[in-house]
Design a binder for this molecule. Structure first.
Ligand code: PMV
Length: 314
């Protein structure tokens, strides 16, 4: 049987992170320059049901049933098996690789899950639909995020810009005019489960303070959608800046993120904001192509450990 390979992109959240957990709309886009990949090969010598997992980046080399039952990879495999209506898989090796920075707001956990679900289900001869893939990846996201909104697994599965409202079917976004982002990594990992948990505690303690902030963020996402639809790319910049300020008010920025946001704006970005869970991880800058290299350089000078250029289109 030939090797079955599948990959899934990273992502950034353009508008609306955190507020999306509380029912407000958000916009996320795929980042196809970075990807997670899963390769499945038959292992006829092993006993049926055994799946050897190799994930060099995290030093993992194990039979999946040796993993703790709440390990994200074990949960992903278990739920895939269940969705396929199988009690066990044909014996196989599963190799996982990814160049998506981990725990940095770029959707690495969701991308790994989506790549695995697709590769394993294709290996059994029953590739799962996108809706099913996204639903299984959502279960894995619960381990990474605690109370995920579902935006990461959705954008990574469909690999298209999406407008997302929790509990509603995803809407693929029309981007009338392609545009470019430079992503800057603070180099500080920040598990989303922690920032999502911190916002939840703050909201429980003082809903009257946080609800209006979520409303303002949701309004920004709504407005951004109309600008994207109308090809008014420059108008997105001020919205990104406002969204960043609101995330700061929620305590989700940090000096390193603020420094990168300021550096991008000083170097000519049209707008900039943190992206994802915050308190570390990545920020994004909206750039014109003639300024992209200059802005990437300014980010590196201001402490970015990595910059990624990406084009956003429908
Ligand atoms: O995976 P991250 O760090 O990009 O976070 C996803 C966005 C949040 O709104 C913070 C959480 C969620 O589940 O929507």
């Amino acid at each position: 049987m030939p090797a079955i390979s599948s990959s899934a992109p990273g992502k950034v959240i353009l508008f609306g992170e955190h507020a999306v957990v509380y029912g407000r709309p958000a916009i996320a886009v795929p980042v196809t320059r970075v990807r997670a990949k899963a390769i499945v090969t038959a292992n006829p010598k092993a006993e049926p049901g055994s799946v050897y997992i190799y994930a060099q980046a995290i030093g993992l080399d194990a039979e999946w049933r040796e993993l703790p039952s709440d390990h994200p990879l074990a949960v992903t495999l278990q739920n895939t098996l269940q969705a396929l209506g199988l009690s066990r898989l044909p014996a196989c090796n599963l190799r996982i690789s990814s160049n998506i920075p981990v725990a940095s707001g770029l959707g690495s956990g969701a991308a790994v899950a989506v790549a695995i679900i697709r590769a394993i289900s294709s290996f059994t001869g029953h590739p799962l639909s996108d809706d099913k893939v996204s639903a299984i990846a959502y279960e894995t996201e619960k381990i990474h995020h605690g109370t995920p909104s579902g935006i990461d697994n959705s954008v990574v599965t469909y690999c298209r810009p999406i407008y997302y409202v929790r509990g509603h079917p995803i809407e693929l976004l029309r981007v009338a005019q392609p545009f470019s982002l430079v992503i800057g990594n603070t180099g500080m990992t920040s598990p989303t489960v922690q920032t999502v948990g911190a916002v939840r505690r703050a909201w429980q303690a003082n809903p009257d303070l946080l609800e209006p902030l979520f409303d303002k963020i949701g309004d920004i996402a709504k407005k951004a959608r109309t600008y994207l639809d109308g090809g008014q790319i420059k108008s997105l910049g001020p919205l990104m800046n406002s969204n960043h300020q609101l995330l700061r008010e929620l305590g989700l920025s940090c000096p390193e993120l603020d420094r990168l946001v300021e550096a991008a704006l000083e170097a000519g970005a049209l707008g900039a904001k943190l992206s994802g869970g915050g308190v570390g991880g990545n920020m994004i800058a909206l750039v014109t192509d003639d300024r992209a290299a200059i802005i990437a350089n300014a980010l590196q000078q201001s402490g970015a450990t990595q910059t990624i250029y990406t084009e956003v289109k429908t």
